[in-house]
Design a protein around this ligand. Structure first.
Ligand code: NAD
Length: 427
């Protein structure tokens, strides 16, 4: 029987391990292992056919000791409150590990935007904000895009917030379209940053990135931009796996000579699904969705959803794999982590590797608040500097204390938040 994973239990297990290791006192540990605030919403939406449908939505603020809560809003038919709890917690550690003055939050609506019209999606965005407008804002909680949401949704949400509050508050939301308060580079930021830290990791092994091969799970925003930057730096992508909404299963697209990511992008829809028939015509092998993990490559990049590397498939990771660069949030379960650690595979943990998205969101907020926008070169150079220094801090701690990279990242992140909580006199 297939084991099911609860992302919040995973996030808590990861936290408990580090809390014990660094000797956090009981109250601080108890406080940080769960969210500070949760909003559970029922959102009635008028559908285009005149009927009314009720959707479930959430916003969870895990911790705001270091600054306003920050985190995306997902649209997903299988979204659960525990997934959002976990993601809000990971956001706290993510903002902390890259040392930006923000806390952790996350939101979501249980829905499938692939089956909703534009107008229905707009009403859903507005309905979500209408119920939360008093509990969010530029100085308390700032949303952003995530799985199956984008700049279009952010602008509807911003517009609703500004209509309710009667003013212009561009700092309320990030991931806005460029020209409407968005930052250049925000769309690319998460994927590019994964490759910035991968580049640093490979340097520590004296491996040239242009001598490496990779297999990627996912081909949405994060994976596409990671694939772009990795290809630009000379890396060869051998396999990409993604979801096929028509067949309701995933496929892996493979070419041992290297995939042409630009071609694949052109035949991919806005939800990150590659058109199978066109890929087949172009000569790509179409394999089962789960084989991305067992490719003989140097690097694997899970960049789809959580719990994708688990006790059932971790043993299928090829002996050749040297680095796992986690693009998705929570892609690896603690059981799988133990195996990866024993096998000495170098992990760039999710909340470090994919922190470029929130770092650029922070830059967007800064620019929105100044009402002055930077050139792309300035954004990318600031992003690279921040990511590289965060990687180096985690790597140095992991080497000096002989720690697994995930544990080193957690120690830095949790210590900073625990200190903020103590300094504020909360515990
Ligand atoms: P997206 O919706 O743009 O893309 C998701 C991709 O995953 C799609 O290509 C989809 O086909 C694929 N997918 C879904 N289920 C799959 C399966 N079972 N097997 C293989 N592929 C599957 O989402 P995104 O924005 O790229 O986010 C991906 C991950 O990165 C998520 O975990 C998200 O929380 C995380 N993340 C996103 C950002 C961001 O800036 N967008 C920032 C940090 C972390």
């Amino acid at each position: 029987m297939k084991k099911s994973y609860n992302a919040f239990e995973v996030a808590q297990a990861q936290f408990d391990k580090i809390s014990e290791r660094i000797g956090l006192d009981e109250a601080t540990s108890d406080f940080l292992r769960q969210p500070m605030r949760e909003y559970h919403l029922t959102i009635p939406i008028q559908m285009d056919d005149g009927s009314t449908k009720v959707f479930k939505g959430y916003r969870i603020q895990h911790n705001d000791a270091r600054g306003p809560a920050k985190g995306g809003v997902r649209f997903h038919p299988h979204e659960t409150v525990d997934t959002i709890r976990a993601l809000s917690m990971w956001m706290t550690w993510k903002c902390s590990v890259v040392d930006i003055p923000l806390g952790g939050g996350k939101g979501g609506i249980i829905c499938d935007p692939r089956n909703l019209t534009e107008r229905e999606q707009e009403r859903l965005c507005r309905g979500w904000v209408r119920q939360l407008a008093r509990n969010m804002g530029p100085i308390s909680d700032v949303p952003a895009p995530d799985v199956m949401t984008n700049g279009k949704h952010m602008l509807w949400m911003l517009d609703e917030f500004e209509t309710i509050h009667g003013g212009r508050y561009p700092g309320f939301i990030t991931g806005k379209p460029v020209g409407m308060g968005g930052s250049l580079g925000r769309t690319e930021a998460t994927g590019f940053s994964i490759i910035f830290v991968l580049r640093e990791a490979l340097k520590t092994f004296n491996i040239k990135i242009d001598n490496t091969t990779a297999s990627i799970q996912g081909f949405g925003n994060v994976a596409q931009h990671a694939a772009q930057k990795y290809s630009e730096l000379g890396g060869k992508i051998v396999a990409i796996s993604c979801w096929d909404n028509k067949d309701k299963k995933s496929y892996t697209f493979r070419s041992k000579n290297g995939l042409d990511f630009k071609f694949l992008k052109n035949i991919t829809d806005s939800f990150g699904s590659i058109q199978k028939d066109r890929a087949k015509d172009a000569g790509y092998e179409i394999l089962p969705g789960d084989v991305w993990i067992e490719q003989d490559v140097d690097i694997i990049i899970p960049a789809a959803l959580e719990n994708q590397i688990n006790s059932e498939n971790v043993h299928r990771i090829s002996k050749q794999v040297k680095v796992i660069a986690e693009g998705a949030n929570g892609p690896t379960t603690p059981e799988a982590d133990e195996v990866i650690n024993e096998r000495n595979i170098f992990v760039i943990p999710d909340f470090l590797a994919n922190a470029g998205g929130v770092t650029c969101s922070y830059f967007e907020q800064v620019q929105s608040n100044m009402n002055y926008y930077w050139e792309i070169e300035e954004v990318m150079s600031k992003l690279d500097t921040k990511m590289t220094s965060a990687f180096k801090a985690v790597y140095e701690l992991s080497v000096s204390k002989n720690l697994f990279m995930r544990d080193a990242a957690y120690i830095i992140a949790i210590n900073r938040v625990a200190q903020a909580v103590k300094n504020r006199g909360w515990v």
